[in-house]
Design a protein around this ligand. Structure first.
Ligand code: ATP
Ligand code: ZN
Length: 488
């Protein structure tokens, strides 16, 4: 069976043929660390984490590079606004991204290069492109001459004649408005790096071309990113790298957006939910299920209701695993996934179809439990764990720690118990307030505070969380973690 991938460049699904047998090299455009991530930002990291896991399952040695763009206009603007160095803002947000990737169980990349650590490589690339007549310097900027290379815009299937490019701020001296900046001259007071063409900072496209070359060589298998990166970012990467002499990526894969009311989830539109908030409100493994199981090329329309549905669906799977292991003791994942699951994954990472196999297996396992057929139930449990493992969704995998319910749902169960006890006590406090027995109401609140809980009255009702400095639930591991917090 051959693994097939939808290649944006070919506009069709193609058999995956690696450049080097048994190996796959993947470059994913990573975060621009100008703000903490919303769940839309995390989706590509998660989708391509599933891709690399599937390649690994299929026996490939995977090299996975995901860069960090740690300098850009918004970082510079924030630095000026806040009076803090650009690198402090970048690093703070880089950590927020990594916290979110970790919380959602994304494996760390093989390499995670930062743009500003690769200025010499970028200078070398520009020098070569200028020498070959593909790029030119003007007013301290370096531009790529889009007329100098045939085949520009093939990925997005556009014609140069129809292309209109708005002029970027400070981008003076262009020979053609469609030429794009590889390097941007520094304005007074901005962070800058010296080059033979003047002090400045890298353009985003150049960063990825230079880092992909350094870590993956002149040809690699798959370039991945969000669908909005096809143009201009990926087109500009391609033309720079090819003009430089690299074959660059053999396949191009792009994930779709997370939307809200049909619009792209976006900070500037004000319709975003921070990943750090989401992992407090939902179990990280449920969030992974929610964001990782729709097909990577399908839009996810965010809603609380669909999250609750994901929670219920996942609980059905998890409940089965727990029921079996309570009966039989621990069961290891099977060494192979069922053929129908593998077939779905081989077909352009058909996770929804693969997940249908998981649910089907769970159904069969539950029937076996009902029929008291322990052996068959145990076999279905082993298969389910193997399939979930490939998706990074096995709640019994120790990497989830207790937060996924790894220790047989200990933390999740405990959270539920604490939550219902607190809600009971809060109802009594509410009742005391309604009968104007404020002394009793305050006594209840004081008692809760002594127990280490902070109660806040909000328009949505009283809300509780652990007082600062309170230990998390015993047994919660260093992996994905979750605050105890709730609204009643
Ligand atoms: N809603 C989303 N769904 C999927 N991917 C997204 C989403 N928003 C952003 N991304 C990915 O993250 C990258 C960085 O996004 P971008 O800086 O445009 O984020 P944003 O939240 O839309 O920011 P802004 O509010 O400043 O427009 C995008 O190129 C895209 O690949
Ligand atoms: Zn990139």
């Amino acid at each position: 069976m051959t693994l097939r991938l939808y290649d944006t460049s070919a506009r069709q699904t193609r058999d995956f043929v690696p450049l080097e047998p048994g190996c796959v090299s993947i470059y994913l455009c990573g975060a621009t660390v100008q703000a903490a991530p919303h769940i839309g930002h995390i989706r590509s990291g998660l989708n391509f984490d599933i891709m690399r896991r599937w390649f690994a399952y299929r026996g490939f040695a995977v090299t996975f590079v995901r860069n960090v763009t740690d300098i850009d206009d918004k970082i510079i603007a924030k630095s000026a606004d806040q009076g803090r160095p650009w690198w402090a803002i970048g690093y703070e947000n880089e950590r927020a991204f990594n916290d979110a990737y970790d919380a959602l169980g994304c494996l760390p990349p093989t390499n995670e290069p930062r743009a500003t650590g690769h200025i010499p490589e970028m200078v070398e690339m520009m020098r070569t492109l200028i020498d070959r007549g593909h790029a030119y310097a003007a007013d301290g900027n370096v531009y790529f001459d889009v007329h100098s290379y045939d085949g520009y815009l093939a990925l997005s299937n556009q014609e140069l004649d129809n292309l209109r490019q708005p002029e970027g701020e400070g981008e003076t001296g262009k020979r053609d408005p469609r030429d794009f900046a590889m390097w941007k001259a520094a304005k007074p007071g901005e962070p800058s790096w010296a080059t033979p063409w003047g002090a400045g900072r890298p353009g985003w496209h150049l960063e990825c071309s230079a880092m992909a070359h350094k870590y993956l060589g002149s040809a690699f298998d798959i370039h991945a990113g969000g669908v909005d990166l096809v143009f201009p970012h990926h087109e500009n990467e391609i033309v720079q790298s090819r003009a430089y002499g690299d074959d660059f990526a053999a396949y191009w894969t792009h994930n779709a957006w997370v939307t809200m009311s049909g619009e792209k989830m976006s900070k500037s539109l004000g319709n975003s939910v921070l990943a750090s908030e989401m992992v407090k409100r939902w179990r990280p493994i449920v969030l992974r299920y929610y964001l990782g199981t729709p097909h990577y090329r399908s839009t996810i329309e965010y809603s609380e209701e669909s999250l609750r549905e994901a929670e219920t669906a996942f609980a059905r799977i998890e409940g089965f695993l727990h029921r079996v292991t309570e009966l039989t003791g621990d069961i290891e994942p099977a060494s192979e996934v069922p053929p129908a699951f593998a077939e779905a994954m081989d077909d352009d990472l058909g996770v929804p179809q693969a997940l249908a196999v998981v649910h089907n297996t769970v159904r069969q396992g539950n029937s076996a439990l009902t029929a008291d057929d322990k052996e068959s139930a145990a076999a279905r449990c082993a298969e389910t764990r193997a399939m979930l493992g490939v998706l990074g969704l096995d709640p019994m995998d120790p990497s989830w720690g207790a937060s996924a319910g790894g220790a047989h749902g200990a933390q999740a169960d405990l959270h539920g118990v604490v939550d219902s006890l607190v809600s009971l006590v809060l109802e009594q406090r509410q009742a005391a307030r309604q009968r104007k027995d404020y002394a009793a109401a305050d006594a209840i609140r004081d008692q809760l505070q002594r127990s280490g809980l902070v109660i806040e009255d909000t328009p949505a009702g009283p809300r509780w969380e652990l007082a600062p400095g309170q230990a998390r639930v015993p047994g919660s591991g260093p992996g994905p973690s979750r605050d105890f917090r709730n609204t009643h």
